[in-house]
Design a protein around this ligand. Structure first.
Ligand code: R1P
Ligand code: URA
Length: 289
């Protein structure tokens, strides 16, 4: 039983649910809509035909049900790629590990995981109110220092360029999202490339009382141009999703409601309205596939 995963590594609660997400394997649908804000989960599930499971622990709130007959789980992750590492690992374990034997299952199950989150634009031609699908994400955090991932030549070129332009000591990572899900859910949205930051203020070049170490980070990131590749927007989770999705074998797409434009300094008058529109159109596309 060499592949048995010990109790200390994959933690299963006394009721058989997984440690942080608090979910039993049968409470998860194979299509997951992931949001940052726990209060946004009900903004998704309000459109379900019915909710069959409601579970919560910490920032991980789960509503599983159906939308027009399609099983869907809506879940919150909180903010940041450290949460995404826990979220993706435990979601994967729910479908790809046998909780009785603690062995990886021989048949791999692929989940469709769609982030619906808010984001700030670094392009004047992507105004607040836009909806953007992330083709690639660049992680400005260090999560991938702790995993071994395969990257394409373009991904390596982008991360090397970001490292050089910012003059940082660590190596950023660049990972593509699911082309299958972009075709299905992003075909009518702006396609962009997302900078995933380990913070909302300094790491995104915001200054509120304390000066960021890289005050011109927006201009520096926006100046990178490699073939068709240019960065378009900031948020805090997408690169973690894409890298963990690649490692674990899941289809992952990040959809961004642009609520702020960092160049024109506008903030959306109705950020909830943009998010609601993105939720409704995404559910409709999932129901019609
Ligand atoms: O709206 P959510 O999904 O939380 O996403 C964005 O908003 C948060 C910051 O305000 C970060 O989590 C960022 O990624
Ligand atoms: O500017 C923004 C807006 C939303 N979320 C972010 O991380 N940044």
């Amino acid at each position: 039983m060499g592949n048995r995963i010990p109790e200390s590594e994959l933690i299963i609660n006394p009721d058989g649910s997984i440690y942080h997400l608090n979910l039993l394997p049968e409470q998860l649908a194979s299509t997951v809509i992931a949001v940052g804000d726990p209060e946004r989960v009900s903004k998704v599930s309000q459109y379900f035909d019915e909710i069959t499971h409601e579970v919560s622990k910490r920032e991980f709130v789960t509503h599983t049900g159906t939308y027009k007959g399609v099983p869907i789980t809506a879940m919150s992750t909180g903010m940041g790629t450290d949460n995404i590492e826990i979220f993706m690992t435990e979601l994967d374990a729910l479908v790809n590990v046998d909780f009785q034997t603690r062995l990886p299952k021989t048949d791999h199950t692929t989940l469709d995981i769609i982030r619906i989150g808010t984001s700030g634009s670094m392009r004047s031609d992507i105004p607040a109110g836009s909806m953007l699908a992330s083709t690639y994400a660049v992680g400005l955090d260090t999560l991938m220092t702790y995993y071994q991932t395969e990257y394409s030549d373009l991904e390596i070129e982008v991360s090397d360029s970001v490292k050089q332009v910012l003059g940082v000591a660590f190596t950023p990572y660049c990972v593509a999202g699911s082309s299958l899900l972009i075709d299905l859910l992003g075909h009518d949205l702006i396609k962009g490339n997302t900078a995933t930051c380990p913070g909302f203020f300094g790491p995104q070049g915001r200054e509120v009382r304390i000066k960021p170490a890289i005050p011109d980070i927006i201009e520096k990131l926006a100046s990178i141009s490699i073939g068709d590749f240019k960065l378009t927007n900031f948020e805090m989770e997408t690169a973690g999703y894409y890298a963990m999705g690649r490692l674990l074998g899941h289809e992952v797409l990040s959809l961004n409601a642009i609520v702020a434009n960092r160049i024109t300094h506008e903030f959306a008058e109705d950020p909830h309205g943009i998010v609601d529109q993105l939720i409704k159109t995404t559910l409709e596309k999932l129901a019609n596939r």
